[in-house]
Design a protein around this ligand. Structure first.
Ligand code: F6R
Length: 260
């Protein structure tokens, strides 16, 4: 796993966007795995900026989102489908038919989950999966104790995640209790993983994911099993890492390292 520490949220976002841009420049028909939440907003804004300046083209890109709240239709302002539309898709040229977000309103979740997995495979698999991390160490909505081999399925959100995400809803009771989410096993099959984290509230989860044991109690620790995983953190999110100097030494010595 490569750990890169950037001074602040903007620098973290720029470097992450640069990695996505590098992929699209070498593979214009890449399959991108998308994440929602506050953390990737800066990364999406940077990609939109590059697109508007003619540096990026998404016309052949295919996307798969990690997760969606159960019970929220795509036009609900707190749904992840809506989030993606507002914060990314409506600003760039990903063709509508190339966008895949799990359905939060299907009548048959097991069938939909099977279909989603098959669709990813039919498209050749995910080239680069963008990830955030929950303060409980989750990736997507793979809450503590999720199997590290899990596939797309329904999950019950943890109390911690419901508390964390209540900020997006009018009342805590409005936060859905269930989500449809790619599994840890699904995520690990992406050819490249890119996790972004910012802020003190993520410091403990990042330290556990990067330097702790691989455990289903911190599903982000499964990134340690991946051969091409990059974790980009800002100073605050890096504040509990013990091997910081080593990560900085590796990054500084890397000749082809992308620079934000
Ligand atoms: C959302 C997702 C979640 C978030 C995580 C962090 O698609 O996969 O795992 O990445 O909950 O959310 P923020 O960035 O809002 O702190």
């Amino acid at each position: 796993m490569e750990v890169v520490i950037r001074q602040n949220y903007n620098e973290m976002s720029k470097l992450a966007a640069q990695m996505v841009a590098e992929l699209l420049n070498t593979k214009p028909n890449a399959v991108l795995g998308m994440a929602t939440g506050s953390t990737p907003l800066g990364l999406y804004q940077e990609l939109v900026r590059m697109y508007k300046q003619g540096q990026l083209d998404f016309s052949r890109v295919m996307t798969f989102n990690l997760d969606e709240y159960v019970g929220l239709p795509g036009n609900h302002p707190q749904s992840y489908a809506y989030f993606m539309q507002e914060n990314f898709f409506r600003h760039v040229n990903v063709p509508a038919q190339n966008i895949n977000v799990p359905s939060g309103t299907t009548s048959n979740y097991p069938a939909f989950c099977d279909w989603y997995e098959k669709r990813i495979a039919e498209c050749g698999g995910i080239d680069l999966q963008i990830l955030g991390i929950g303060s409980d160490g989750h990736i997507a909505f793979n809450e503590p104790t999720s199997s590290l081999s899990s596939r797309t399925r329904l999950k019950t959100l943890s109390k911690q995640t419901i508390d964390d995400n209540a900020r997006f809803f009018e009342r805590r009771e409005d936060v859905p209790v269930y989500a449809i989410t790619m599994g840890v096993g699904t995520i690990l099959e992406a050819r490249q993983l890119l996790l972004v984290a910012s802020g003190k509230s993520k410091a403990s989860a990042i330290a556990q994911a990067v330097e702790g044991p691989v455990t289903s109690m911190v599903t982000a620790s499964a990134l340690q099993l991946h051969r091409d995983a990059t974790v980009i953190v800002d100073e605050d999110a890096a504040s509990e890492l013990t091997m910081r100097e080593y990560y900085e030494f590796i990054y500084a010595a890397k000749p082809a390292a992308p620079r934000a």
